[in-house]
Write a protein that binds this ligand. Structure first.
Ligand SMILES: Nc1ncnc2c1ncn2[C@@H]1O[C@H](COP(=O)(O)OP(=O)(O)O)[C@@H](O)[C@H]1O
Ligand SMILES: [Mg+2]
Length: 338
């Protein structure tokens, strides 16, 4: 459905104090999203997750690589021909509060895109209200109660369900969920994740799931590929369960550990990660991007940047000169609380 080959996005910014800076938001990201499949991306804040989501929905451009939607390289198309491709890919943002216009009722919020679509297909607008009710039921809301309400009269979880229903008005084939549950009350998260999973299995909608949270990625990404992204580079990827059970990249190991304390190394050394330095402030020009924070880094790690390679015959890939299954003390990955 979607294939990204070497997707790259570099920002050049000019600040009063920082001067000109180059931010490598994405560095040659490759992935394939099969029809009805799921691909997840996990990484800390600032690693490029939202940039990726925006590129996949056509809101943001990229400056290197290729993006194929159903086999068509979309960036080569003129803008008008691009639109129908991107319409099939809808994004669900992090913040259900700002995503909905506060002055409009849910009826209007769902009715507008449905009417536009009905007009475009010549179907007439008589079925619009029925379809709005259908979509609300699909996302687990009771139509009669919800349709006349304004967004502020709903809970965060209900609001995110409305956002999802609105994305469904255009019959998308792919949903991009960018931190879709991180601003929702913990007790309501599992319901939203279960809904996304349900849409995938029942309607065959493919899912790109973007998160900084391991438990969330594990729940929703089961059966799909997980990509661990660090400063714009995918540093480990493979079947979600394999990566979560036996990561070989030190960054993934740290990420999976609730308390980043590492054991099992031969020499004594720092057993805590330094807080993430501002992007590109300390990123080595040539070496491994993670080397400045890595307890296992040696001189070789600062001299060259490791590329993704396969781990033996497994489905796992890593970009590390010293990959090893290490026991990370303090790991607690619980599906609960998602
Ligand atoms: N429009 C932009 N102009 C300049 N820098 C940007 C822009 N958008 C994102 N960035 C930078 O790109 C990096 C990745 O950002 P983002 O994709 O939002 O990360 P994430 O979603 O993982 O937190 C950050 O360093 C961010 O500051
Ligand atoms: Mg983000």
């Amino acid at each position: 459905m979607i294939e990204a080959r070497g997707l790259t996005r570099t920002y050049r910014t000019r600040g009063a104090f920082t001067g000109e800076r180059t931010v490598h938001a994405l560095r040659s990201v490759d992935f394939i999203l099969p029809k009805g499949g799921a691909v997840s991306f996990i990484g800390e804040s600032g690693c490029g997750k939202t940039t990726l989501g925006k590129i996949l929905t056509g809101i943001e451009t990229f400056d290197g690589g290729e993006l194929l939607i159903d086999g068509t390289e979309v960036s080569k198309l003129p803008p008008r021909k691009r639109a129908p491709y991107f319409r099939r890919i809808q994004m669900i943002h992090q913040d259900p509060y700002s995503a909905l216009n506060p002055t409009r009722t849910i009826d209007q919020i769902l009715g507008d895109p449905l009417r536009m679509r009905a007009r475009a297909t010549g179907a007439g607008s008589s079925g619009v209200r029925g379809r709005a009710a259908e979509l609300l039921e699909l996302v687990g809301l009771e139509p009669d109660g919800v349709l006349p309400k304004y967004p502020h009269q709903l809970s965060g979880g209900q609001r995110q369900r409305v956002v999802i229903a609105r994305a469904l008005t255009v019959d998308p084939e792919v949903l991009i969920a960018d931190e879709a549950v991180s601003m929702i009350d913990v007790s309501l998260r599992l319901g939203i994740l279960a809904l996304l999973h349900d849409l995938r299995t029942r309607l065959g909608i493919s899912l790109v799931f973007i998160t900084h949270d391991v438990a969330t990625a594990r729940y929703i990404g089961a059966g799909g590929e997980l990509h661990v992204i660090y400063r714009g580079q995918v540093i480990e990827r493979g079947p979600t369960d394999d990566i979560i059970q036996a990561p070989v990249h030190p960054y993934t190991q740290c990420l999976l550990s609730a308390v980043p304390i590492m054991r099992g190394r031969e020499e004594p050394g720092p057993d805590r990660l330094e807080p993430l330095a501002p992007l590109d402030e300390k990123a080595p020009a040539d070496g491994c991007l993670f080397a400045p924070r890595c307890p296992f880094a040696d001189e070789g790690c600062s001299a060259a940047r490791p590329a993704l390679e396969q781990l033996g015959n497994t489905g796992q890939h890593h970009a590390c000169f010293h990959p090893a299954p290490r026991r990370v003390v303090g790991v607690e990955i619980q599906p609960a609380g998602v």
